[in-house]
Design a protein around this ligand. Structure first.
Ligand SMILES: [Zn+2]
Length: 345
């Protein structure tokens, strides 16, 4: 418990009937084989473009439709891919505690299957008893899922490349194979009472009609969330709105988004994603990550404060942000930028 990211979205205008992730039991009792076949054979329901004007009219809260959302901070996963980041166990624990004090709903860790040290660190952070839920990022692979479950995490963020580029050059599997493998992992992880997210790496460059079909299937199989990732940081805000809105209308489960910042659009894309019906946003402290990183936690909070000041102040201890920036900046040896975001409590 403790999240309820989409519980307030029930019946929210413009949303596709989002339900509490903890109440979704659609996968149980269904014949997986039949669902797989029917879903991959069928047409994506939503081929039309979203109605931006209708979405604007439907805004009813300080945030429009997106007044209840969760931050998944990935400083200890995406951030580990930053060129200067080599966190030791003590540093990871310090960062996890500081993120928890700030109030992020989720902390994402590197796959415990990556190395014995990653596994030990994951176990140590799970034992801290933080309020934030602990997630780990894994490949779409049953062995990785079993290792992750053993560490005591609250949730698993499973990921596999779905763009034609990654399917032909990275793992060489097709969408039918991905669907079959993911289905068995979802069933296993859910049987352990752990949250599961399915995400296509590079999903913004994937065939979106196929993504809609695949994600609808994951929703039917009981995934708590699907994730959509702008892995190369090339998505524009309008494109993000159109795709998230189409996804929101096609599925009922939560939607996580992950935006790289190659073109400087990562904060804008995150905000637009929330407006279109996303429920979870990935961030890192100072935006650290692969290349020039992803949506920075401070930047997202600054942008959210502009739309719903009181609500954000209730949800997060924004006065802790400066210390968080200094803590992580000190560890990875980067200066706080002169044009860092203005967060006024
Ligand atoms: Zn990333």
């Amino acid at each position: 418990m403790g999240n309820g990211a989409s519980s307030s979205n029930n019946g929210a205008p413009g949303h596709g009937g989002g339900e509490s992730s903890h109440e979704i039991i659609t996968g149980n009792g269904h014949d997986q084989g039949a669902i797989l076949e029917a879903s991959l054979m069928g047409h994506a329901e939503d081929d039309g473009l979203p109605n931006l004007a209708a979405a604007a009219v439907n805004s009813t809260s300080p945030f429009g439709d997106y007044f209840d959302f969760s931050i998944i901070d990935s400083t200890l996963r995406e951030g580990e891919q930053f060129a200067m980041a080599h966190f030791d166990t003590a540093q990871k624990i310090k960062i996890a505690k500081a993120l928890d004090q700030f109030g992020v709903e989720y902390i994402e860790l590197t796959s415990p299957a990556a190395s014995p040290q990653s596994r030990a660190d994951c176990e140590a952070i799970c034992k801290l008893g933080l309020k934030a839920k602990i997630l780990c990022h894994i490949r779409c692979n049953m062995e990785d899922a079993k290792i992750a479950v053993e560490t005591g995490v609250d949730g698993i963020n499973m990921c596999i490349g779905t763009s034609s580029h990654l399917m032909s050059h990275s793992h060489g599997k097709d969408l039918a194979y991905i669907a079959r493998t993911a289905a068995s992992i979802i069933a296993y992880v859910k049987s352990q009472n752990i949250e599961i997210r399915f995400s296509g790496e590079d999903s913004f460059r994937s065939d979106f009609a196929e993504i809609l079909k695949l994600y609808s299937l994951m929703d039917q199989l009981g995934a708590n969330r699907v994730g959509i990732a702008d892995t190369v940081g090339g998505a524009t805000p309008l494109e993000v709105y159109e795709k998230i809105d189409a996804l929101r209308q096609a599925i009922g489960c939560d939607i996580e988004t992950h935006f790289h910042n190659d073109t400087g659009c990562a904060i804008a894309n995150a905000l637009v994603a929330l407006e279109a019906g996303a429920t979870h946003i990935d961030t890192t402290v100072l935006g650290i990550g692969e290349r020039n990183g992803i949506t920075p936690l401070g930047g997202l909070v600054a942008a959210l404060l502009a739309s719903g000041h009181e609500y954000v102040l209730e949800k997060y201890r924004v006065e802790k942000l400066a210390d968080l920036d200094r803590l992580v900046g000190g560890i990875v040896q980067v200066e706080i930028p002169f044009n860092n975001f203005v967060v006024s409590a």
